[in-house]
Design a binder for this molecule. Structure first.
Ligand SMILES: *Cc1c(COP(=O)(O)O)cnc(C)c1O
Length: 438
């Protein structure tokens, strides 16, 4: 299949090409040119996540050099579960747990799929590839984990010095080998600016092949449709009803993956976007006016996005405001309500939720009763609460158990290089290191 830019449908690329490029050359985002229909009945109950992934994604990779490797790629990327766990009380509510990967957040799915694809595209003969990621938290950890130890690929993770939580910083600095982290004396915006400047810099592009692995890459979005497929099929098999998902949202990558899965014919009913105090999307659905703005800092920090880039993909799918409004609804949840919901989740249901998951739980609580009662609702749990223990523990009055995968990361020695927020500092630091790129 070909993929077209959201800004120019004449501009197309194949699967592997779109993954390697990240952004289309005109600055648009790649979207599928066709929507193959999936027959829900053709999947058996025994099928693994990796098996569902290989079949669901096969039409997208068809004709591409990567196509024959797809089953191997999904087996490698989806080697941990994404269970749908019912919440007690005989209710119609469940949680989709997406935090069982190496860095305990849903970004592991996309990052691992992309890494498995790019390492096959690179091949031994190609120029070494440098992946530059600016991160304010979760993305950098997932990308670092996914590319760690892969030959021919070097990763540079840039984060704002002193502005990520201690738990997050450890996840960004514990790798070594081909993954190096840089504490930038500046803000997240400075980190992002550095990455963009490096991409535009001719000398950089001559020295090394650059890729970004950021969340607008098609190779991170498509694999996320796989867990929505698996979860909706499991719910449908069990209850004979379509599942409705409440998705904690920032850049809308996770939500667009859910909507794409529905478009492919999977048994998915409503999609509700749960945003924190960054209310650009809920306000757009209400007023019809798109007013991106600077982000504000909240407890659910991985969703602090004021100008969600994947809105462009949603609008490509639904050009008309009325269509978008019937495809999704959205709400905004402030920090006070997030705190209250974390407490209530623990007291009433014995659940320990990260601030992002609590945003979805609050959005559920605010649905009209008849909508709650007539749907099969699934809260999407995007991160393990242990990643946000500084926030969660004081609210529930106990320690959060740390999953084994995270404990392993926390035990590794940490190392990072501090740099000024300019391109020359980054170039010098990359050159002196043990880097393979130059
Ligand atoms: C990235 C992230 C989100 C937001 O996902 P988008 O795809 O950007 O909407 C939500 N929760 C957690 C824990 C995240 O890391």
């Amino acid at each position: 299949m070909r993929f077209k830019s959201t800004r120019d449908e004449q501009l197309t690329a194949g699967f592997g090409e779109a993954l390697a490029q990240g952004l289309a050359p005109d600055g648009g985002l790649y979207v599928p040119t066709e929507w193959p229909r999936v027959q829900a009945g053709s999947f058996s109950a025994r099928e693994s996540l990796a098996g569902i992934g290989a079949r669901l994604l096969a039409p997208f990779a068809a004709g591409d050099p990567l196509a024959p490797s797809l089953p191997e790629v999904t087996a490698e990327a989806f080697d941990f579960p994404a269970p749908v766990v019912a919440l007690g009380g005989g209710g119609r509510l469940a949680v989709l747990e997406l935090f069982h990967g190496p860095t305990a957040a849903f970004k592991d799915f996309g990052a691992r799929f992309l890494a498995a694809c790019l390492s096959r595209l690179c091949g031994p003969a190609a120029r070494p590839l440098t992946i530059l990621v600016a991160t304010s938290g979760d993305t950098g950890g997932a990308v670092a984990a996914a590319f760690h130890g892969r030959p021919g690929i070097e990763v540079a993770v840039l984060f704002p010095k002193g502005l990520v939580s201690p738990t997050q910083e450890r996840q960004l600095t514990c790798w070594g080998g081909n993954v190096r982290s840089f504490a930038v004396r500046g803000t997240f915006d400075d980190c992002q600016r550095l990455v963009k400047q490096a991409f535009l810099d001719r000398q950089w592009r001559q020295e090394r092949a650059l890729s970004s692995a950021n969340s607008i890459n098609l190779g991170r979005l498509l694999p996320q449709a796989v867990y929505y497929a698996a979860a909706s099929l499991a719910v449908f098999r069990c209850h004979g009803e379509r599942a409705s998902f409440i998705v904690p949202s920032g850049n809308l990558g996770n939500a667009v993956a859910c909507i794409w899965a529905r478009r492919l014919g999977l048994p998915i009913a409503d999609v509700v976007l749960a945003h924190n105090a960054n209310r650009t999307v809920p306000e757009f659905l209400e007023s019809g006016e798109w007013r991106p703005r600077a982000s504000v800092a909240t407890l659910a920090s991985a969703m602090d996005v004021g100008n969600p880039s994947n809105m462009e993909r949603l609008r490509a799918l639904y050009p008309d405001l009325g269509e978008i409004r019937s495809a999704v609804s959205a709400c905004t949840v402030d920090d006070e309500a997030i705190r209250a919901r974390i407490r209530a989740g623990y007291q009433e249901l014995g659940q320990i939720w990260c601030p992002h998951t609590a945003t979805a739980a609050e959005a559920y609580a605010r649905l009209p009763a008849e909508r709650r009662d007539s749907g099969r609702w699934v809260l999407v749990s995007t991160a393990h609460p242990a990643k946000f223990r500084e926030i969660v523990e004081p609210l529930i009055g106990r320690q959060v158990p740390v999953p084994e995968s995270l404990a392993r990361l926390f035990a590794r020695p940490s190392q990072c290089t501090e740099i000024d927020a300019d391109l020359a500092s980054l170039r010098d630091a990359l050159r002196d290191g043990r880097g393979i790129g130059g």
